[in-house]
Design a protein around this ligand. Structure first.
Ligand code: GUN
Length: 279
């Protein structure tokens, strides 16, 4: 049986570490989440974010905007938050309704308040290894590996999925940790063979159970970054968990990478608050 990487437990430890430090601040960090529309999954994520802020002592505000909000209106909300000195960090929940251009919105968030590290300036800093925060989900993956003392250096990491939120930034963070990185995606040929070559297999393609047992090398490490809802309402990852027990370590879904994303959001808000405080 593979060892299960308990992301929930690690996330609780990280949040309690943050809570202790935040308690020493006279001025508390504040995270503002902007949610446009009625996406069910986003609504759940946003509530979890609010709850975590409360747990660690970070002030939180959620701005809920109607599905039909115009792009210009959303940008003016973001402008106001950019100028508000009480706001440490801004997160605009993705996906946005189709009529809003995501790139324009990510550009509108002031880089120093961009807790996701999605602004092009911050993406550039990430790629050159100079960012002071990193995208939450990839950062959570690296943190999990570190906390379990799983070596990254020299290992072949295969990432399945090339999104701006997970696949691409994860590749950079793994490179910075001296992994040899392959990014595979829906057009990749011989995907199974490439995955079978991985020492560290990171599944981030968003298809429930796509990675089967025969995609996985004996003794490898699997990070399942997919969160898919099945027809019976349960959460299922991108990996067929039961078939992959010949791995040495595996993250479950739920309670794997998911809770780490939230813990890293708390950590990024905290880091940004400290950076601004020292100015
Ligand atoms: N939607 C899914 N994941 C994320 C994330 O990490 N940040 C934002 N802003 N939206 C998301």
């Amino acid at each position: 049986m593979a060892n299960i990487i308990d992301g929930k437990a690690v996330s609780e430890i990280i949040k309690s570490e943050i809570k202790i430090e935040v308690a020493t601040f006279d001025i508390k960090p504040k995270l503002v989440v902007v949610l446009v529309g009625n996406d069910k999954a986003s609504e759940v994520y946003v509530r979890t974010k609010e709850k975590s802020c409360l747990e660690v002592g970070i002030l939180s505000e959620t701005i809920r905007l109607d599905e039909n909000t115009k792009e210009a209106e959303l940008i003016s909300v973001i402008d106001r938050l950019n100028k508000d000195k009480t706001v440490t960090a801004i997160l605009c929940q993705l996906p946005l309704p189709r009529h809003i251009n995501e790139h324009n919105i990510l550009l509108a968030i002031a880089p120093k308040k961009d807790v996701d590290c999605f602004h092009p300036i911050n993406v550039g800093l990430l790629v050159s290894g100079n960012s002071y925060v990193e995208p939450c989900t990839p950062k959570g993956c690296i943190e999990l590996l570190h906390r379990y003392n799983i070596g990254i250096e020299g290992r072949h990491a295969v990432i399945v999925g090339r999104s701006n939120i997970v696949g691409k930034p994860l590749a950079h963070l793994l490179l910075q940790n001296n992994a040899t990185v392959t990014i595979a995606h829906s057009k990749t040929r011989n995907l199974k063979e490439i995955c079978r070559n991985a020492d560290l297999l990171c599944a981030a393609l968003g298809i429930a159970g796509f990675i089967k047992g025969d995609y996985v090398k004996e003794g490898s490490v699997i990070l399942d970054i997919g969160i898919n809802r099945t027809s019976d309402g349960k959460l299922k990852g991108d990996v067929e968990f039961d078939e992959c027990q010949h791995a040495s370590y595996i993250t479950p879904v739920p309670k794997g990478v998911g809770p780490m994303t939230i813990a890293m959001l708390m950590k990024n808000t905290f880091i940004m608050h400290k950076a601004n405080m020292n100015k």
